[in-house]
Ligand binder design. Structure first.
Ligand code: HEM
Length: 178
């Protein structure tokens, strides 16, 4: 198990604000919670978790411009960069740019262990489709363009979880046959 923690008002350990483009309110619920999939599934959520490990040495060796061009936002004021390369993370994962749109609700948190550290990526979805579409683009499976985040970080684990719905104050496990 890896403990996560909040860092500097929701920043990743690279210093970039993480979660800005998360859907909010009703849109967050629509992205994260299954609806119209039938009894036992409606009200549940599909959760993708990945441990990412940052190469801080490599990150520090990059110029400030290259660092901003990996994420696609300016670290100083979180402004989205115009004219950034296609490989920037926020272009690879731009939720409206997918067909169908690929909205997820991210709740990632930094982790550290001695000198090592990175991000515990956590994303809730009404299914795993949006997460998988984004990951496919990040690794370049669609167009050969790899997400520039890989210049300084990489996933070392990947897990899928399912949070069952609640009915009458109890877990509704009908989908599992209970
Ligand atoms: C170490 C790994 C990662 C880091 C440091 C990271 C960091 C960031 C940062 C700083 C942003 C910009 C602010 C924001 O909107 O939150 C962002 C956006 C985003 N990231 Fe990541 N991210 C990581 C991995 C992932 C993964 C694995 C996915 C999905 C497979 C993902 C999906 C997204 C999405 C959907 C957005 C918003 C894009 C938009 O619609 O503008 N990220 N990420």
């Amino acid at each position: 198990m890896i403990d996560g923690f909040q860092f500097d008002n929701g920043r990743d350990l690279s210093g970039y604000v993480d979660g800005t483009e998360n859907p909010k309110g009703k849109k967050a619920a629509a992205a994260a919670i299954s609806r119209g999939a039938g009894a036992g599934l409606d009200g549940s959520s599909f959760v993708a978790v990945q441990q990412w490990i940052h190469d801080f040495q490599r990150f520090e060796a990059m110029s400030a411009k290259d660092q901003d061009n990996a994420v696609g936002r300016r670290r100083s004021d979180n402004k989205e960069l115009s004219g950034a390369p296609r490989s920037v993370h926020v272009k690879r994962t731009a939720q409206e740019s997918f067909s169908p749109e690929a909205f997820i609700l991210r709740r990632s948190m930094p982790w550290t262990d001695g000198a090592a550290g990175g991000l515990n990526f956590v994303a809730f979805g009404k299914s795993f489709d949006a997460f998988e579409a984004q990951l496919k683009r990040m690794v370049g499976a669609e167009d050969g363009v790899t997400d520039a985040l890989f210049k300084f970080t990489r996933p070392v684990s990947g897990s899928y979880f399912w949070c069952p719905p609640i009915a009458k104050g109890r877990l509704d496990l009908r989908a599992l046959g209970f």
